[in-house]
Design a binder for this molecule. Structure first.
Ligand code: PHE
Length: 502
């Protein structure tokens, strides 16, 4: 593809930083994929939708939709050696709009994602020190639930957590791929040790059998439920960090002819394995402390209310500390990747130096996150959305995940597979692949994966008609989607029109 790059970019080409090792790239991608989604999204979907069969369906959709999407994003990055908007622009000028729409959607996601990591950091601190947190609900230990969580939501500590986590994320990404690679070399083994240790602990608890039964209890008739299949698709995008511009950014830092195919399969399966193992820890322990079947299982409320609420068991404080520390580490490696996706996109378009880009984008996304820490009680909001901050977080999360990620992925697959060419994707992957993709795989990329995404999206839209729009009962229910569209489309138009260096 050298001709596509043009001669002017030869300097940039030479200067572009690269991963030091292949393992570094794989660990970094895994670090991005394996995030907060593994601790609540995954377990909740698996347990509520149908246990074992759902895991099977997830694996099938991973092969048909998830992995082809990951591979396509990798190919985009490694071919054009640019962030998401600039890479798509090389295929078609309109692609740049899609690219920036994606980056704006990702920025909103990053803004509230770091708020959640901040909660976990505060919890880890209180679990470790055993201190009480005062507030409107009276002084509470982290095990006194929901008092502690409400006190936290209504205190400036959410903002403190946000600041602390941003400092860590900033410090890692400031050093680019080197910083990311060094950090994941530590986080990767550490996280596996923690999750395996927790699974072993969980499986030796008295509630193990009940927990596993709840988690994996197979009900074969569920194979016929549409919801299972469509959820598997949207969940896999979130978990695989697809449609966020991350995978393209990371692959753009591979040396020429880097391996892509095996990397896509390995990282996706490693992520699923981690999630599966986390479920082996979470459910037996939840059963043992008596919060299994709690309606908040798997939601934000599960991690921050039900789970710590049961931690009065012996060893509970240490277990709570380890659990929240794991959440912080899981989250940080994902948050770093999203910051990097945005930073790469901005550096490639405007030619800014990394240091300035990381500083500016950190400040922008930190400020975007502040509204999600608002501590005032939200009038008329659903019971779990105690404050304006959490309410906003829930509602934006809904649009970012169900609409943003799914639509971005769909159009990316169509532009790349049809306008650029599915055959080129296979060709590029096969240039340096550990194994060869057969030529029929082009149909998986051009037809099967897009159909899977369209079907999932149709179901999401259908369920709005069946179950109603995301509703918490305030006027914001209607304003929030508009705000989301205006932010994403507005930023996309402005950034596409802005004059860049390319
Ligand atoms: N894959 C991530 C997860 O499971 C999703 C994500 C990545 C979210 C990066 C935010 C930033 O949590």
């Amino acid at each position: 593809m050298a001709s596509d790059l043009g001669e002017t970019s030869i300097e940039a080409e030479i200067a572009r930083e690269t991963w030091i090792t292949r393992l570094g790239f794989i660990f970094a991608v895994w670090g991005s994929m394996t995030g907060l989604g593994n601790v609540w999204n995954w377990p909740s979907k698996v347990s509520l939708l149908g246990g074992g069969p759902f895991v099977l369906i997830y694996l099938i959709m991973l092969a048909l939709v998830g992995i082809p999407v990951v591979l396509t994003e990798f190919v985009l990055g490694s071919t054009f050696r640019r962030g998401f908007p600039s890479a798509l622009k090389r295929i078609h000028p309109a692609g740049e709009f899609l690219g920036w729409f994606c980056m704006a959607n990702s920025a909103v996601l990053e803004a509230f994602y770091v708020v959640l990591i901040g909660y976990a950091a505060v919890y880890a601190g209180f679990a470790l020190t055993g201190l009480q947190l005062g507030g409107p609900m009276g002084a509470a230990y982290f095990t006194d639930q929901p008092e502690f969580f409400v006190n936290l939501l209504m205190s400036p500590l959410t903002l403190v957590g946000l600041i602390v986590v941003w400092i860590v994320v900033f410090a890692i990404d400031y050093f680019g791929t080197k910083g990311i690679e060094r950090s994941v070399m530590i986080f990767f083994p550490l996280l596996w040790i923690i999750v395996i240790g927790m699974a072993i602990f969980g499986l030796t608890q008295p509630g193990a059998a009940a927990g596993i039964n709840f988690y994996l209890n197979p009900q074969p008739n569920q194979f016929f439920e549409t919801k299972m299949w469509s959820t598997a698709v949207s969940l896999s995008f979130f978990k695989l960090s697809a449609g966020m511009g991350i995978l393209t950014a990371y692959a753009s830092y591979l040396p020429r002819k880097g391996e892509l195919t095996n990397s896509a399969v390995t990282t996706s399966l490693l992520d699923t394995t981690f999630a599966f193992t986390a479920g082996l820890a979470v459910f037996p322990i939840a059963a043992t402390v008596g919060v299994l079947g709690d309606e908040t299982v798997g939601s934000v409320g599960f991690a921050f209310v039900a789970w710590p609420g049961g931690m009065t068991m012996s060893g509970g404080n240490l277990l709570g500390f380890v659990f929240f520390l794991m959440i912080v580490f899981l989250g940080v490696t994902s948050a770093v990747s999203l910051l990097e996706a945005v930073v790469t996109a901005v550096m490639d378009k405007f030619g800014w130096p990394r240091s300035r880009t990381v500083i500016v984008m950190t400040i922008v996304m930190f400020l975007m996150g502040v509204p999600f820490t608002l501590w005032m009680a939200a009038p008329g909001a659903a019971a779990t959305d105690v404050t304006w901050g959490l309410y906003l977080l829930d509602i934006f999360d809904y649009y970012v995940e169900n609409f943003g990620l799914v639509l971005v992925t769909l159009f990316m697959m169509l532009i790349t597979g049809w306008v650029w060419g599915g055959a080129k994707i296979i060709e590029t992957a096969n240039e340096a692949g550990d194994f060869e993709l057969p030529s029929w795989y082009v149909w998986v990329i051009k037809v099967i994966a897009p159909i899977g995404i369209i079907a999932a999206f149709a179901f999401i839209v259908l369920s709005i008609f069946l179950e109603g729009l995301y509703l918490a009962g305030t006027v914001l229910d209607l304003i929030a989607p508009l705000v989301w569209v205006v932010i994403c489309a507005g930023a996309a138009i402005a950034l596409t029109m802005a004059k860049g260096v390319e």
